[in-house]
Design a protein around this ligand. Structure first.
Ligand code: DOR
Length: 438
């Protein structure tokens, strides 16, 4: 008889007490001991030479099911997550139909059962027709919160009317996640690209002011309603400065692609593959986002994994859809920034494990501690690899980082004590379960 199910042995672990050499004992999906422990284990995972992180949680993904399964589905999108070292995802409501009812939410969980490779939560979409019911809808099990698109993007979820926004903010208590682009300004400036333009015009049409106006507006609404918000994919140096004065009410997210790519270079090189909302901006804004990471203003890094097929992306701009894959590349891209000295490993964990767990109130996730779920992203900080389209298991089969050499790679993904990915291979069956919230 073994004492425990799994022993992670010989690795260095990023724990709340620092980065320590520690064995980690796991039983019934939970961490039962950490330190110089040596149990009789049913299975031993040799982590020598590797670093064990708390499971990386990607707080912003679009998995396209139901309705847009030609781009991605819950099986392929979560397989991409597991391949990339991600143990849990929060999925966005702009599917077809949009996730705006209890029924649509139940349908997503039913579809994920037995097919999702990683643990998951779904956002409830805020819409004019459900604005007064959000208090009940945000409380459904497995829901990470309400998401509101203040500017139109992929799909038809949009709330830019002040009275509806106020009603939505008055219904319920949980943190509302916001896509902050000003719809009126988007409409006013659309003529800049109408009829065809180079994709490098994307950040001219959807300019910094478009984002700044919406972020300022949502901060005002949050204050008036005394409602916490999470401002997604921040793209400007200006918003970082603005948000620094509102940390009591607003948490902040940015993406690996906004921290890594900048225009106009990325648009010249990648064309519409670099097109997303809000856009990749100038080098100056990219540096501003890094200041936000360095100063603690940014709480979370989420990938905004938003797959579209290469055929769709081949449409001439601006008819080409906005969005790029990201869930599989989040860990290697950010570890490469760690290797380059741009952030510490502890800060990476703060942004991708502790951060999402804290801001959305996830139970038992986000740290290596006894009693917590045994979710781990096991990484080799020294591994030098190349990100390629061939490695991408997302249905659309491409990444904007194709050909990029990185230092640091996810070696294994462990979810509640189950090794679901090792050495770029998925193992076993999809066992992803709904996340739980306080
Ligand atoms: O570029 C984007 N793509 N931004 C969004 O807000 C939505 C996403 C998508 O779903 O394609």
């Amino acid at each position: 008889m073994s004492d425990i199910d799994l022993l992670l042995k010989g690795g260095r672990a990023v724990t709340p007490a620092g980065i320590v050499e520690a064995n980690i004992g796991i039983k019934d999906g939970k961490i039962v001991d950490i330190g110089a422990v040596d149990f009789k284990a049913a299975e031993i995972f040799d982590a020598s030479g590797l670093v064990v992180l708390p499971g990386v949680i990607d707080s912003q993904v679009h998995l396209r099911e139901p309705g847009l399964e030609h781009k991605e589905d819950l099986a392929t999108g979560t397989a991409a997550a597991a391949m990339g070292g991600v143990t849990a995802v929060c999925e966005m409501p702009n599917t077809k139909p949009s996730t705006t009812t209890a029924q649509a939410m139940a349908d997503k969980f039913a579809r994920a059962k037995g097919r999702a490779w990683v643990d998951h939560a779904f956002f409830m979409g805020g819409a004019p027709e459900n604005a007064d019911q959000l208090a009940e809808l945000e409380r459904l099990p497995g829901v990470c919160g309400v998401k509101i698109f203040m500017g139109s993007s992929t799909g038809n979820l949009l709330v830019d009317d002040e009275t509806i926004l106020k009603r939505a903010f008055a219904s319920g208590h949980r943190r509302i996640a916001i896509h902050a682009e000003d719809e009126a300004r988007l409409k006013e400036r659309r003529h800049l690209v109408e009829g065809g333009a180079h994709p490098k015009m994307h950040p001219e049409w959807r300019d910094a002011q478009t984002a700044i106006i919406a972020t300022q507006r949502v901060l005002r609404l949050a204050r008036e309603a005394n409602r916490p918000i999470h401002v997604l994919h921040i793209t400007t140096a200006d918003e970082i400065r603005i948000l620094a004065a509102h940390k009591d009410i607003a948490t902040v997210e940015t993406t690996p692609q906004h921290l890594t790519l900048s225009g106009p270079e990325c648009y010249e090189r990648l064309g519409t593959l670099a097109q997303m909302n809000p856009p990749i901006r100038s080098e100056e804004h990219r540096q501003g986002l890094w200041r936000g990471v360095e100063l603690g203003i940014v709480d979370v890094i989420g990938s905004d994994h938003a797959p579209h097929t290469l055929e769709e992306k081949a449409k001439p701009y601006p008819d080409s859809p906005s969005g790029m894959t990201g869930v599989q590349t989040l860990v290697p891209i950010m570890l490469d920034h760690v290797a380059a000295g741009r952030l510490t490993l502890e800060r990476f964990v703060d942004l991708t494990s502790a951060g999402p767990a804290r801001i959305y109130g996830m139970k038992n996730k986000g740290r290596i501690a006894v009693g917590y779920d045994a979710d781990f992203t096991v990484v080799d900080l020294k591994a030098q690899r190349k990100i390629t389209n061939q490695w991408i298991v997302s249905k659309c089969g491409w990444t904007p980082f194709d050909g990029m050499k990185v230092t640091g790679w996810p070696i294994a993904t462990i979810i509640r004590g189950n090794v679901v990915m090792r050495e770029d291979t998925l193992l076993g069956d999809p066992l992803g379960a709904p996340l739980r919230f306080i």
